[in-house]
Write a protein that binds this ligand. Structure first.
Ligand code: DX5
Ligand code: ZN
Length: 220
């Protein structure tokens, strides 16, 4: 089934108070905490890695939805597994040679594998990973160029979401970038069920209102 999951992107949080920011988002109704791991190479920004995930895990039991914007995702599997990550979503652009091995190792560390694609990457590239005998369990469609929060949603990406939903009725389809009250309906009607939101939620006076509005849109 495709249940709605609202994931707060902690990239928009106060990193100096990560544990309390995470707790605040969960109290506001977030299902997942979206953790953007960037290596300063795959994308022009550097954020957090396994040590921060390990520290956060000591403060929360929440689902840690890790989005790996890194050139060598395989190097992160063991450390993130040990750190207590829940989901491990790697980029198809960074795993053309080794996605089978990656999926297998992610699962062996008790994490849930997902694949992400950048706006310029055709949707067909993820089909083999979804249709494999040992498949990914989620596809993350980037709706901005990865690297930074607070960018403008790209409506053209909704064709990818529609195509995926038609082909795979029960797949978890996540959208990430520029999601908020003015864009959620486009994403939900295209068929996305996992919604990442950073700046729209953290910038709101009442994050709980934004989260429940987005959940209702997906449920409709
Ligand atoms: C972009 C990240 C996103 C980002 C979303 O590289 O993958 O998760 O934090 O932020 P907003 O919701 O502000 O676009
Ligand atoms: Zn992300």
């Amino acid at each position: 089934g495709v249940t709605p999951k609202i994931a707060s992107s902690m990239l928009s949080s106060d990193f100096a108070n990560l544990a309390s920011e995470a707790e605040r988002m969960l109290n506001c109704g977030a299902d997942w905490l979206h953790m953007d791991i960037m290596d300063g190479h795959f994308v022009p920004n550097l954020t957090i890695g396994a040590p921060v995930i390990e520290s956060l895990r000591k403060h929360t039991k929440a689902y840690l939805d890790c989005h790996l914007m890194v050139t060598n995702p395989l190097d992160y599997v063991e450390p993130l597994g040990k750190a207590g990550a829940s989901g491990f979503t790697f980029h198809v652009e960074a795993s053309r040679e080794n996605w089978r091995e990656l999926i297998q190792r992610i699962k062996s560390k008790g994490m849930r594998p997902g694949v992400a694609l950048k706006p310029g990457t055709p949707i067909e590239e993820v089909y083999p990973l979804v249709e494999s005998e040992n498949p990914v369990e989620m596809v993350l469609v980037l709706t901005v160029e990865p690297g930074f929060g607070g960018q403008k949603f790209m409506p053209d990406m909704m064709d990818k979401v529609k195509t995926l939903r038609k082909k795979y009725p029960s797949l978890d389809i996540e959208v990430d970038g520029g999601l908020g009250p003015s864009t959620i309906d486009m994403a939900a009607s295209a068929g996305a069920n996992c919604i990442v939101a950073g700046s729209s939620v953290f910038g709101a006076p009442e994050p709980s209102h934004i989260i429940s509005l987005m959940r209702r849109s997906v449920e409709e």
